[in-house]
Design a protein around this ligand. Sequence first.
Ligand code: SAH
Length: 390
Amino acid sequence: MVKVYLKKKITPRIAGGHPWIFRNEVDRVAGEVKAGDIVEVSYSDGKFAGRGYINPQSQILVRLLTRNRQEVIDEQFFHDRIARAWLYRQKLGYVENCRLVFGEADELPALVIDKFNDYFVLQTLSFGMECWKPAIVQALQSIFSPKGIYERNDVPVRELEGLKQQKGFLSAPFDTSIIINENGLKFHVDIENGQKTGYFLDQQDNRRAIQHIVKGADVLGAFTYTGTFEIHAAHYGAKSVLGLDISENAVAQANRNAALNGLDNICRFEAMNAFDVLKQWGKEGRQYDVVMLDPPAFTKSREQIQKAITGYKEINLRGMKLVKNGGFLVTSSCTNLVQPDLFLQTIEMAAKDARKKIRQVTFQAQASDHPIIWGVENTNYLKFLIVEVS
Ligand code: SAH
C-alpha cells in the first residue's frame, strides 16, 4: 500500500479527528497512485495516522476512513460502518425515516444515505466513495432488504472529483414517488426529481418545535418546498397558513401534501418570489402571528460569505416586520459557511434595523440523525431559531 507523508504543521488537525487531507498539506506520496486507491497516511515523524482513499485530481487529496491499523478497507468494512450507523439512529429513536449515513460524522466521508422507510437514496460525492458504491449497495441489500435504492448523484460537487453527475436506480426499478410518515403526518416524496435526495430530513426534529406557538395563529411560511413546516403548523392548530415557494413544482407538491393530510382547508401554497413579496407585504402593513423562513444556502463558497449574510439579514428583516407584536419568527440557515454565532449576530442586526426587540425561544441545529463532530465544520450546518418579536 502506498504511503502518504503529512507535513508537520497539519498534525494537530488530523490527530484531532479531521478526516480531510488537502494536497498542500502533504509532504510526499511514496509511490504511484491512481484515483480511488487506498493509501496509508503517516505523520511527518512516520507514525501511523490512518488509511483512506486518494484522488490526485481533487484538492482534498485523501479522506481518511479509519484510524485503526487493524481495520482493513473492504466490502465488510462498509457493511459494518453502515450497520453501526443504523444502530446509532435506532438508539436515538428513529424508526422509519432518517439520514442513515451523514458522511464525515459517520466516518464515511463523502457518503450520504437517506432512509425513507423501505427506500434508500444515496450520494457518493467523491471518487473514492464512488469506487465502493457496489459494496455500499450490497450492504444496504443485506441489512435492510429494501424495496428500492436510488442514487441522486446529480450534484455539481462531484465534478471537482472528476466524476460526472448522474442519477438512477441502484436496485430493480420502482415507483420513485413515495409517501412517508413524519410526526403523524404524511408527505409525498419525489425521489427522482425532488430537491437534493427528495426531502429535507434535517428539519424533522425542528418541525415539532413549532407545536405550541402556532395554536390559533395566522401563519406565513416562505421557502416552503413541499410544505412540511406549514402542514405541521396546520396540524398543530394554526387558524390559517399561507406558504410561498418560487418553484411551481414544490408548490404543487405542497398543495398535494396539504390535501393528503386533510388540511387543505387551512393551508394554501402559492408560487412567488419570497424576497419581493415579503418586502411588498411589509410596506402594505400585513401582519401574521408566526412567520417561518427556511431559505436555501445563499452561498456555496467561502469567498461569498458576506453575500450570504446580507441575504439572511435582508430576508429576516423583512420577515420580522410582518410579525405581530408578541408573535414569533421561526428562521433557519442551512450552510456551514455561516456558523451559529455569525447567524445569531445576523439576526440581531436584522432586528436592530427592523426596530424590533427579540427574545430567543429556542436555538437548535439539524436533527440528531445528522450528528455534529466538533472540529469538523461541515457537519455543523443547520441553524434553527425561534424568537419572539415585539
Ligand atoms: N422548509 C423546507 C425546505 C426549504 S428548501 C422543508 O423543510 O422541506 C428552500 C426552498 O426555497 C426551495 O424549495 C426553493 O425552491 C425555495 N426558494 C429559493 N429561492 C426562493 C425565493 N426567492 N422565493 C421563494 N422560494 C425560494
